[in-house]
Structure formats: C-alpha cells, structure tokens
Design a protein around this ligand. Structure first.
Ligand code: CU
Length: 162
C-alpha cells in the first residue's frame, strides 16, 4: 500500500488546487487526531479550504494551533484556510491542521483514512490519507493528544526506530 500511494504523493488534479504529502496522526478510538498536508494552488485566483469531512470522526474542523504570550498553546477553529493564488499553505503540527474530533475507530500506523476537502472555488477533493506516527514525522504539537500540556514519556517510548 505504501508503493501504491507513494506515502501521500498521489496527485489529485494537475490544475487548480492540489494536496501533497498528506498524512494523519495515529490515535485511538474516542480520541482526536489531525491531518496535515501541503496545499498547492496552481491557479491565478486565490482559493480557500472551507471544510473537510471524514467518516472516521464525529466532527472535522479546521484549526490553527498557536502559542500564546504566556507560552501555552491553544487551537482556534478557522472558518477557512486561505490558499493564495500561485502559492501554497502548509498544514503541519503546531500550525494549521484539519482536526478529526471523536474518532470512531483506531487510526493505526500504516492504515489509511478517506478525507474529503471542500474548497471555495476548486470544490471537493477526496484524499486517501496514510496514518503515520506523529513523532516519526517530526511533529509534536498538541493536536490529537489525549491530554493537554507537557511531554508524554509514554509516547517517546512507543516511538519505533526507523
Ligand atoms: Cu485542532
């Protein structure tokens, strides 16, 4: 399955808006997860991601994680995520992400989920998103953590050696 999807390199469309390098963080049923990707706009007109949906979660929201002046992180729901004309926006841990809230199933490393993105102009784009270990992807961030704040020693131990 890794060969087939090339780890998220599958292109959706040569024109307009394309998602690259997409992945979702591994998480347990009942918890939350988040999906990340690079969204590229080949068009000369600005577009925006306005919603996302997936059948693996009760709700899917667009979020921005940001550091407050007191050093704490918070996630702010976004009405949309702008994708500039001839430009790109990166969804990554600690920044913009697609939040998967209330997982109906475990998201196991190596499995895949279906995620549908809706863009203001480009319309719907459906992706088959591989589930990956967030630590392995170099992302800490707070998205999808079962509890808030601080390092999780269990998580570090569970990191597989590449
Ligand atoms: Cu979030």
């Amino acid at each position: 399955m890794w060969g087939r999807y090339g780890g998220g390199e599958e292109h959706t469309d040569g024109e307009g808006v394309e998602a690259h390098d997409y992945w979702a963080r591994a998480a347990m049923a009942g918890g939350n997860s988040a999906a990340y990707m690079l969204i590229h706009n080949h068009g000369g007109e600005a577009d925006a991601l306005i919603s996302a949906s997936s059948d693996v979660a009760d709700a899917v929201e667009l979020h921005l994680s940001q550091m407050n002046s007191d050093g704490t992180m918070e996630m702010i729901q976004q009405e949309k995520i702008d994708v500039p004309a001839d430009g790109e926006v990166e969804l990554k841990p600690g920044s913009y992400h697609i939040m998967l809230i209330g997982l109906k199933q475990d998201l196991m490393v190596g499995s895949e989920i279906t995620l549908t993105l809706t863009f203001e102009k480009a319309g719907e784009v459906t992706l088959t998103v591989p589930v990956k270990d967030a630590a392995e992807m170099g992302g800490s961030g707070m998205e999808g953590e079962m509890h808030m704040g601080g390092e999780d020693p269990m998580h570090a131990e569970a990191t597989p050696t590449p």
